[in-house]
Design a protein. Sequence first.
Length: 256
Amino acid sequence: MSGVEGKVAIVTGAARGLGRTYCSALARAGATVVAADVNACDETVADVARATGADDRAVAAHLDVTDIDSCRASVATAVETFGRLDVLVNNAALYASLASGPFDTLDEGEWDAAMAVNVTGVWNMCRAAVPAMREVGGGSIINISSLAAVYGLPNALHYTTSKAAVLGITRGLARELGRDWIRVNAVAPSAVATEGTREFFGDDHERVLGAIAKQQALRRNLEPDDVAATIVHLAGDGTRFVTGQTFMVDGGAVTT
Ligand SMILES: NC(=O)c1ccc[n+]([C@@H]2O[C@H](COP(=O)([O-])OP(=O)(O)OC[C@H]3O[C@@H](n4cnc5c(N)ncnc54)[C@H](O)[C@@H]3O)[C@@H](O)[C@H]2O)c1
């Protein structure tokens, strides 16, 4: 038993990469899922159907996390389609398209865009989702941060700063929402080979992932299913007394 059976989840940034994996993992564990993204999530919904053998375990929703009305619409999709909302995975982020470089050369527009999606987007989705979670007496919000925020990824200060803000949102909101039995936790993965990391690191992709693996206690790169297992655990009742925490899923890159 995963403790996720019967729960309804929204996963943002679900069109590809890790978000797509989280949808199938949650559905396999017994949840129904709204796969939400600015890009089409049809393939994610098809993955869920393959993973569960049922075509009613996931729906796609168009979502721009920078727009509060769009966030509220995705919550309405969850409630209208599946009757409730229990779990929110704030996974959508800008990073693959961000140009990296020394801190004083970063583009101001990209800095603002990273904050709008990675920070304000998380706040927006929480604002949209909490009323529906209060309706059912609680919930679990899982905010995706990054090893970058804790370890300090050089030449990506916009991304690193935005992911550190996610940890602040997690701690502050956990204290505000405990009275509503809504738990708020963060997950900070190290580097996973996704379309996103390939775009972000470009020709350096293999070298950077290799260097990251060498600094971990567990010397291989993280795989999407490694993170998905932690997401499912935090979504379920097995972690019902856990809130305000940051879970490093990084093979022991950071051990303090
Ligand atoms: N891949 C890694 O190595 C790694 C490591 C640590 C943390 N993370 C974090 O994990 C998450 C997923 O990473 P990924 O590699 O799968 O990324 P990705 O770039 O493949 O996927 C991000 C998704 O977010 C969506 N998105 C972007 N802007 C959006 C918006 N305004 N509204 C809604 N959706 C939007 C994109 O369309 C995309 O589908 C991100 O939060 C990332 O920061 C990734």
